[in-house]
Design a protein around this ligand. Structure first.
Ligand code: GLA
Ligand code: ZN
Length: 689
C-alpha cells in the first residue's frame, strides 16, 4: 500500500514555517497564507523547534496554534510535514532534569540553550520525547493534511555524560565479549594501555586516550548506534499510531573547508538510512564563490544529491535550502538571478521529490534573522526573492507528473563511513593530503561532465546491478566486502581502485603480510610501498603515450599477472608499473598506483566508457558545464538540461524533443542561456517497441 506521501500528486514546494514565533501577530499569520498561495507553496514543515510552545509547562499542552496551521493547510488542500520537537527542549526541562543536557569531552555539563544538544542516553529525555510525540501522533495522525514526520532536526554530536559512558562500556563489552579480545582489537599493548577491568573503559578524550585509533573508530560507530537508537525510540509511537505516515529526519552536508561539500561524516548515514522511510537532507551549497567555478559547485552539489539518492535508490526530499542566502557563513552571498531556479531544478533532476526552504517567513530577531526566506522582513510579494520562488513554484507544477520518477544508473562509486574515519585518523603519510572524499569527487566529476549518472554506495549494498564499480582509496576492507568485490568482478563487473586501498581491517589494524590474497587475485598486482610526496613535489607516469604528473602519493607495485598500462618515469621506481589492468573471471580490474590529475582521469575513463557503452544515449556531444540528468517514469524519460555557467552554451542531442517548461519543440542542437534549464520529455527508447 502506498503511504500518505507517495499518494501526493506533484512535488512538494514550501518549507520550514514558524508561526510559533508570530503568535502575537495574527495579521502576519493571515498574510503568510495569502503569500504562500501566491508563491505556489503547497507544503509547510511545522513544529521543528516548537516544544516550548507546545508544552509551556511540564504536562501542560497548547495545540491551538498548531490546529490552526492544519486547518489552514486543509482549506487549501495543502500538506503538512510535522516535526517532533526534540531538536530543542523547553527551558523548564533542562532546569528540572539537568541530565538531559549534554556533557562535552572535557567532562563539562552544558547549561540550557542552543539546540541539537540533548543527551541521547537520558531515560528522562527519552520519556519526555515519547510523551510529546504520542500526543502529536494522537492529535494529528488522521489529519488529512499530514503527509510526513520530520523527526527531530539534524541529529549530530556526542555526549560524554555518565549515562553515555555506561552505554559505551556496555557497547564495547557486547562487541568484544572478553578484555583479551578488546586489548587485541585496539592493540593496547602499545604504551602500556592494557585493560584489566571493564570499569577502566572511558570514551576517547584529549584528557586521556586520544590516540587509540581502534577506539576512535568504535566510538564513531557507537555514536551512530546511540543516535539511531534514540531515533528508533522516537518513532515508536509514530509507527504505532500512524503506520501510514512515513518518517524521515533531515540529514546534512558539510562544507568545512573551502571547496569541500560532502554528506556529513560524523554519523554513518548508511546505517542510519535503514531506519528512515524516505531520505531527506538540507542543501546549502555555496553558489558564486571565489574558489571554484559554478560548474564545480554544481558538480559537488550533484555528488551529495546522488549520495543521498543512493542510500535507498529511491526519490528523496530536499528538506531545506535557501531561497537566497544563508546567515551562518563568513560572507553570505545571495543567489544571483536565475540561480534559484537552476539550483532548485538540479535537486529534482537528481531525484528529489521536493524543493523545501528554510524558511517561509524570515525571523525578526535572534540568531537567524538575516537568513534568507521566501517572505522577507518587508513582507512583500514583489521582492526579487519572492518572485523567484513564485516563478519556480509555477514551473514545478508544469512537471508535476515527474514526482516519484526513478533513475537508471550503471556506475557506482564506493564510500564507507568506517573506512573514511579510519583513513583520516591514522598518522603517517601526508596528513593534509589524504583527501579521500575529494578523490572520489574527482572520479565522479568526470562522469558528471560526460552526463553519465553515478550512485555513491556503501560496501554493504548490492554491486551486481552496476557495470562499473569505482573504489579508489578503498582503505578499510572486511572479509565480507572482499568476497563481494571478488564476486562482482568474477561475474563480469569492471572495478577501478587505487593507492591507499586494502590497508587496514575493520579494527583499523594494518593487514599483515601485504595485501589480502583476494585483492592480489583480483588485481594481479602486489603493492610494495606507498611513497608520500611533499607539496610541490611531482613525478610522472606514462600512459597511452602521454605523460602525466603525479601528486601526493606514488605507490610502487609489483605486477604479477596484470597487464601494465602505465609506468613511472622517474624516482627510484622509474620503469615500474603505475597503472594496471587485469582480467579476472569474466570481469576486469584496473589499479591506479599514483594520484594523478583530472586530465589523466578523463583519458583513463575514455576507454572504459567506450568499452562498457556507458555513454548517455540521449546526448551526442556533452558540454562539461551543461549537466544532463534523467529521471524515468512509466513510458517516459525526463532529461533535465542545466547550464551551470555564466555564458550561453550549446549541447547536441541525439534526438529532437519538447521542453516541458516552455512547451516548445527543441531541435537536436540545444542552446541555453546563462543558468538556463530545460526539462526535455521523450518516450523511453527501451520501451518504444
Ligand atoms: C539548518 C537547520 C535550520 C536552520 C538552517 C539555516 O539546516 O536545520 O533550522 O538553522 O540550518 O541554514
Ligand atoms: Zn549523555
Amino acid at each position: 500500500m502506498m503511504n500518505k506521501l507517495e499518494m501526493v500528486k506533484g512535488f512538494l514546494h514550501g518549507g520550514d514555517y514558524n508561526p510559533d514565533q508570530w503568535l502575537k501577530r495574527p495579521d502576519i499569520l493571515q498574510q503568510d497564507y495569502q503569500l504562500m498561495d501566491q508563491a505556489h507553496i503547497n507544503t509547510v514543515t511545522v513544529g521543528v523547534f516548537a516544544w516550548a510552545r507546545l508544552e509551556p509547562q511540564e504536562g501542560v499542552y497548547d495545540f491551538d496554534w498548531l490546529d490552526e496551521v492544519f486547518d489552514k493547510m486543509n482549506q487549501r488542500n495543502g500538506h503538512v510535514i510535522l516535526a517532533t520537537p526534540s531538536g530543542a527542549r523547553p527551558r523548564w526541562m533542562s532546569q528540572k532534569y539537568p541530565e538531559v543536557n549534554r556533557v562535552d569531552s572535557d567532562g563539562r555539563r552544558h547549561t540550557h540553550g542552543f539546540r541539537h544538544n540533548h543527551c541521547y542516553s537520558s531515560p528522562i529525555y527519552r520519556e519526555k520525547v515519547r510523551e510529546i510525540n504520542t500526543r502529536l501522533a494522537e492529535r494529528y495522525g488522521n489529519n488529512p493534511a499530514l503527509v510526513l514526520w520530520h523527526v527531530s532536526n539534524e541529529y549530530s554530536g556526542e555526549c560524554y555524560c555518565p549515562l553515555c559512558q555506561f552505554n559505551w562500556r556496555k557497547w564495547v563489552k557486547h562487541k568484544y565479549q572478553t578484555l583479551d579480545a578488546l586489548n587485541d582489537a585496539w592493540c593496547m599493548s602499545v604504551w602500556s594501555g592494557l585493560y584489566s577491568d571493564w570499569s577502566q573503559i572511558l570514551p576517547p578524550s584529549l584528557l586521556g586516550d586520544s590516540k587509540v585509533h581502534g577506539m576512535d573508530l568504535d566510538w564513531h560507530q557507537f555514536v551512530t548506534d546511540m543516535t539511531v537508537d534514540f531515533f528508533n525510540q522516537e518513532i515508536q509511537p509514530l509507527k504505532k499510531l500512524t503506520p501510514n505516515i512515513p518518517v524521515t529526519t533531515n540529514f546534512m552536508a558539510e562544507s568545512l573547508k573551502e571547496g569541500q561539500y560532502t554528506p556529513l561524516t560524523g554519523l554513518d548515514y548508511g546505517k542510519f538510512a535503514k531506519s528512515l522511510d524516505i531520505i531527506s537532507w538540507d542543501s546549502y551549497p555555496s553558489w558564486h564563490n571565489r574558489y571554484e567555478t559554478t560548474a564545480e559547485t554544481a558538480m559537488k552539489t550533484a555528488y551529495v544529491h546522488d549520495q543521498f539518492w543512493s542510500l535507498k535508490q529511491k526519490p528523496f526530499l530536499v528538506m531545506e535550502s535557501t531561497p537566497s542566502c544563508v546567515n551562518w557563513g563568513q560572507y553570505n552571498k545571495a543567489k544571483q538571478p536565475g540561480m534559484h531556479r537552476l539550483s532548485s531544478f538540479q535537486q529534482i533532476a537528481h531525484g528529489s521529490d521536493s524543493t523545501l526552504y528554510f524558511q517561509i517567513r524570515q525571523a525578526q530577531g535572534n540568531s537567524e534573522k538575516y537568513h534568507g526566506a521566501v517572505i522577507g522582513h518587508d513582507g512583500k510579494s514583489d521582492s526579487r526573492v519572492f518572485k523567484d520562488v513564485q516563478q519556480y513554484g509555477q514551473e514545478l507544477q508544469k512537471i508535476a507528473e515527474i514526482k516519484g520518477a526513478s533513475k537508471h544508473v550503471r556506475v557506482a562509486i564506493l564510500f564507507d563511513w568506517d573506512s573514511n574515519w579510519a583513513l583520516n585518523r591514522g598518522g603517517g603519510f601526508g596528513r593534509p593530503t589524504r583527501l579521500g572524499i575529494q578523490t572520489l569527487q574527482k572520479h565522479y566529476a568526470d562522469f558528471w561532465k560526460r552526463d553519465i549518472a553515478c550512485d555513491i554506495i556503501t560496501s554493504t549494498m548490492d554491486f551486481s546491478k552496476y557495470d562499473l564499480l569505482i573504489a579508489p582509496m578503498m582503505y578499510m576492507v572486511t572479509p565480507d566486502m572482499l568476497a563481494r568485490i571478488q564476486r562482482f568482478v568474477e561475474h563480469g563487473g569492471t572495478l577501478v581502485s587505487s593507492y591507499f586501498s586494502g590497508m587496514v581491517d575493520s579494527n583499523d589494524r594494518v593487514n599483515l603480510g601485504g595485501w589480502p590474497q583476494s585483492l592480489q587475485d583480483v588485481f594481479g598486482v602486489e603493492p610494495q610501498e606507498l611513497d608520500t610526496l611533499l607539496p610541490g613535489e611531482h613525478y610522472h607516469v606514462k600512459f597511452n603515450q602521454r605523460e602525466y604528473e603525479t601528486t601526493d602519493y606514488d605507490q610502487v607495485l609489483k605486477a604479477n599477472d596484470a597487464q601494465v598500462l602505465g609506468i613511472y618515469s622517474d624516482n627510484f621506481y622509474a620503469k615500474t608499473p603505475a597503472i594496471t589492468k587485469h582480467q579476472y573471471g569474466k570481469g576486469t580490474a584496473y589499479y591506479i598506483g599514483a594520484r594523478l590529475s583530472s586530465t589523466f582521469i578523463q583519458d583513463f575513463y575514455d576507454g572504459i566508457v567506450q568499452d562498457l557503452h556507458l555513454e548517455n544515449q540521449f546526448v551526442r556531444h556533452s558540454n562539461p558545464v551543461v549537466s544532463i540528468q534523467t529521471r524515468y517514469k512509466g513510458a517516459y524519460a525526463y532529461h533535465f538540461v542545466m547550464n551551470f555557467s555564466e555564458t550561453e552554451q550549446e549541447v547536441e542531442m541525439q534526438r529532437a524533443s519538447v521542453d516541458m517548461l516552455t512547451n516548445r519543440s527543441i531541435a537536436k542542437q540545444v542552446r541555453l542561456g546563462k543558468y538556463d534549464v530545460m526539462v526535455l520529455k521523450e518516450k523511453r527508447r527501451d520501451m518504444l517497441d
